[in-house]
Ligand binder design. Structure first.
Ligand code: GTP
Length: 296
């Protein structure tokens, strides 16, 4: 499929979304557009006064926030952090279903907070996504809270901005310090992958950084919705891998494998063979698996 233009609605507030036209470089042809929201179950309505939300979300008793409801649905608080302008709000808007292709409803709990229920590996999970990170030093208290309240983190940089990549490393260190004893799922997200001609950070640099900082890695494009669905499903899988029993996770993996397409199965098979033949196997295997958001 050749893509030259994709229309995307974006704004700093979901409620005042406005149309914006994106130009996709001709050599961005390898990027896929995901228009299949079939596994998402979302609602768009106000369920809570934002003040109530902030009280609930930021109180000390709510820090242990992975909650299983009676229906078996689980609730995860995911925090997005990263340098100014890397695309956090745009990713959040896609999550919220602002984009036409994910015509859906979402609970908007405050200007920068969204809630949505996804079906991942046959089980539902509700994500509360927090997009309230501020880089300004006078907003340090927001940064401290963001570092404390997440069950999982998306550290976002732009592949077109090396300074934002360096900032991502700093944030990873800051997060490690703030939550020293915890094994928190983190995905390093290289956004704006559609801007191939402006790339300043290579895929291998992103991957190497994830290996060094012991987190997962994915490149996304909010503009053409490449890998955005995979990102949010991936963060759910990463939390589950840490919180749930081995048996439960093995069942989920079997479920994923049953649904895997033949080309994906073949890629996984050849990946294993290639890694076996490589001398520097341990690093290579880790480096390969940091792309795979369905394993630890
Ligand atoms: N080409 C391209 N542009 C993008 C992409 N994601 C975001 N942008 C653009 O990048 C600019 C910044 O995006 P935002 O979503 O506001 O970035 P942010 O990280 O939320 O920025 P702050 O709110 O200032 O922290 C906007 O003009 C977006 O339209 C992408 O994947 N590709």
């Amino acid at each position: 499929m050749t893509l030259n233009h994709v229309t995307l609605r974006h704004s700093s507030s979901v409620l005042h979304a406005q149309q914006q036209r994106w130009s996709i470089p001709a050599d961005g042809r390898h990027l896929a557009v995901h228009k299949d929201p079939h596994e998402y179950n979302v609602r768009k309505r106000y369920t809570m006064n934002p003040d109530d939300y902030y009280r609930r979300s930021w109180s000390s008793e709510s820090s242990d926030s992975v909650i299983s409801s009676e229906s078996g649905n689980t609730y995860y608080r995911v925090v997005m952090i990263g340098e100014h302008g890397v695309g956090k709000s745009t990713l959040a808007n896609i999550f919220a279903g602002v984009h036409d292709s994910m015509d859906s409803d979402c609970d908007v709990l405050g200007e920068d907070t969204y809630e949505r229920t996804l079906m991942v590996d046959g089980e539902s999970a509700t994500i509360m996504l927090l997009d309230m990170w501020e880089n300004k030093s006078e907003e340090e208290w927001i940064q401290d809270h963001c570092m404390q309240v997440g069950d999982a983190y998306l550290i976002v940089y732009s592949i077109t901005d090396r300074a934002s990549f360096e900032k991502a490393s700093e944030l990873r260190i800051q997060l490690r310090r703030a939550r020293q004893t915890e094994d928190i799922p983190i995905i390093l997200v290289g956004n704006k992958s559609d801007l191939v001609r402006c790339r300043e950070v290579s895929v291998s640099e992103g991957r190497a950084c994830a290996v060094v900082f012991d987190c997962k890695f994915i490149e996304t494009s909010a503009a053409v919705q490449h890998n955005v669905k995979e990102l949010f499903e991936g963060i759910v899988r990463q939390v589950r891998l840490r919180r749930d029993s081995k048996e439960k996770n093995e069942r989920r993996l079997a479920y994923q494998k049953r649904r895997e397409s033949i080309p994906k199965k073949a890629r996984r098979f050849w990946g294993k063979i290639a890694a076996k033949n490589n001398k520097n196997m341990a690093f290579k295997l880790k480096s390969k698996s940091c792309h795979d958001l369905s394993v630890l």
